[in-house]
Design a protein. Structure first.
Length: 131
């Protein structure tokens, strides 16, 4: 289970970044938004989620920070956004947030205006979460 979860939540995102970031750097502009979970914040690890999921999201959030540092000054911003518990195939029908509310935080860093240097952050409800 750990290998499959890491392949999905970490390796897949890493491969996508490797494919698209060089073009962003060449253009001098880009936004990478990793859709994550607060369960991957080391400061918020007291949850009942399975360890494989929490470990994969912690590594995913670390990848976000490393990419942000590596791309500093290139015009490419890299952030992670937690949509919260959202009604979806994964969240299920009991989740309190609808899709539009869940999309709000991930869309926000994707649309940061040119000149905004917000990068390397982990956000929920547009507010920073502790690392």
């Amino acid at each position: 289970m750990l290998r499959a979860t890491l392949d999905t939540n970490l390796t897949g995102a890493w491969r996508v970044a490797e494919a698209v970031v060089p073009g962003m750097v060449e253009a001098g502009y880009g936004r990478v938004v990793n859709v994550t979970s607060s369960y991957g914040s080391p400061a918020l690890m007291d949850s009942g989620r399975p360890p494989a999921y929490r470990i994969s999201k912690t590594a995913f959030n670390a990848l976000t920070r490393m990419l942000a540092a590596e791309l500093s000054g290139t015009g490419v911003l890299v952030n992670a956004a937690d949509p919260g518990w959202t009604r979806s195939g994964m969240g299920g029908p009991s989740a309190p947030r609808g899709p539009a509310e869940g999309a709000d935080t991930p869309v926000w860093p994707a649309t940061l205006p040119e000149g905004d240097e917000t990068t390397g952050g982990l956000f929920a409800d547009r507010r920073p979460l502790p690392w």
